[in-house]
Write a protein of this length. Structure first.
Length: 168
């Protein structure tokens, strides 16, 4: 077993209440994005597949050992065939809103840990199960993002709050 001795990582457990806060932060970010960009609103506002906690914080949710440096929250959208993919290089950072996990080692003026908010559109049908769709996306590993996400963990925030999708 490999122990992480990095002192900037919080070992506080991630709870269902924390996931609700992350869900609210992600929802506000999506609403602000779609309000600023009406063309993207038309293409993707009704195509949200799921919202997930990913990478190191998700791994900490699963194993309790990894620790949390920041929270990576991904909003996954059903790809809109024949239309541009939602801007996947867009990363917005917000504070976690309270300091249960300590202050951000990255952005010290944030109260609480940093939350990075990312978008990704993935191919799947309109009636696709979010769990199966994300597992397929990670298994195929056709993009750099999918390969990176598959290295750690993915935990659904919405729907099916606290469902571990990856590793299977």
């Amino acid at each position: 077993m490999k122990w992480n001795c990095n002192p900037v990582r919080s070992k506080e457990p991630i709870t269902g209440s924390d996931l609700k806060v992350l869900s609210r932060i992600a929802r506000k970010d999506r609403e602000a994005f779609f309000q600023r960009y009406p063309d993207w609103f038309k293409l993707y506002s009704n195509r949200l597949l799921c919202v997930a906690l990913c990478q190191g914080a998700a791994l900490h949710f699963v194993d309790g050992l990894n620790g949390v440096k920041d929270f990576d929250v991904w909003s996954f959208f059903r790809e809109n065939p024949g239309k541009p993919a939602i801007p996947y290089r867009r990363i917005v950072s917000q504070p976690f809103e309270y300091s249960k996990s300590g202050t951000s080692p990255i952005i010290r003026e944030f109260i609480g840990r940093k939350v990075d908010l990312l978008f990704r559109s993935i191919p799947c049908s309109s009636d696709a199960c979010p769990i199966v769709s994300i597992q397929h996306y990670l298994t195929e590993r056709r993009t750099q993002a999918a390969r990176c996400l598959a290295e750690k963990a993915v935990v659904l925030i919405e729907p099916f709050q606290a469902t571990v999708v990856w590793p299977k």
